[in-house]
Design a protein around this ligand. Structure first.
Ligand SMILES: [Zn+2]
Length: 283
């Protein structure tokens, strides 16, 4: 008979302490899902750190990613009770973990479909989750897709497009992502927000960060319409000069390209090339 869970040995990527976690056997070897990531909260492997572990379909550890966001939320927690109408960033982190929240925001911005497998006992307001995320990711190029809620028993028979579907399991911190890129942009947006103690302002900060990103996207589209190709370094300099902003980092340029490809035009987005490609192309 098949075992229901498998023990996987993990090492904290920060302090190198080791521990094992159990994950359901049925998660592994599922062809319909994208890459498997497990969000490890503080206390699960070592007392202090949280991180993401990447598994291949056989259950082998393929890598770790640190999450560089500090949650000092005792303060915010008490203030939060005063606002009842909206979800706060802290509540979202509590519900889905930091990486879960990065993934949901990424999914909204880059037009993926998201499912959350709901915990039986959950009384979380998913309507408000959609409102919150749609509000911060709202833009001229797409209407963010609503996150759908699944009950645990219903998802096994479900047909999912693994290239376009994010799946988060509330019960066990397992996240199936259709993308491979790191979520550094979303991490930065949310880190900037969590630096602000007043929870009412946290959402505004995320929205400002998203808008600043979209402004660069918009300008990039203008640039791309007039060129055959442009390498990422020239694009970086041009965005910074034209908009009078600090130079976007490599990751941000990659995400601008990804945004254009997924939401506007693949052909336009692919005009952005790496400098080495430009060099080889001229030979
Ligand atoms: Zn650690």
């Amino acid at each position: 008979m098949e075992k229901e869970t498998r023990e996987i040995s993990l090492t904290c990527p920060i302090c190198k302490k080791k521990n094992t976690i159990k994950i359901p056997e049925k998660i592994l070897g599922q062809k319909k899902f994208g890459s498997i990531k497990i969000q490890i909260p503080p206390g699960a492997v070592c007392p202090d750190h949280q991180f993401i572990v990447f598994l291949d379909p056989k259950g082998l550890v393929r890598g770790y990613e640190k999450i560089d966001v500090f949650m000092g939320d005792e303060h915010a927690e008490s203030e939060q009770k005063e606002m009842k109408t909206e979800i706060s960033v802290n509540q979202l982190v509590k519900q889905f973990g930091l990486y879960g929240l990065f993934s949901l925001l990424h999914s909204k911005l880059f037009n993926y479909h998201s499912y959350i497998i709901r915990e039986d006992t959950s009384n979380f307001d998913f309507q408000k989750l959609n409102e919150f995320l749609n509000d911060i990711s709202d833009n001229d190029y797409l209407n963010p897709q609503d996150i759908e809620i699944l009950e645990e028993q219903n998802y096994e028979g479900l047909k999912l497009d693994k290239n376009n579907t994010l799946l988060i399991n509330e019960n066990n911190n397992i996240i199936h992502t259709p993308w491979n890129e790191k979520l550094k942009l979303e991490e930065e947006f949310i880190r900037n927000a969590l630096d602000i103690l007043n929870p009412n302002e946290q959402k505004i900060i995320i929205k400002q960060n998203v808008n600043s990103f979209l402004k660069k996207v918009k300008h990039t589209i203008r640039i791309l319409e007039d060129v055959k190709k442009i390498n990422n370094q020239d694009l970086t300099k041009k965005i910074s000069k034209d908009l009078n902003l600090p130079e976007p980092n490599n990751n941000e340029i990659e995400m601008i390209k990804e945004f254009v490809i997924r939401n506007i035009s693949k052909k336009l987005g692919n005009k952005i090339i790496k400098r080495t490609e430009a060099f080889l192309g001229s030979l």
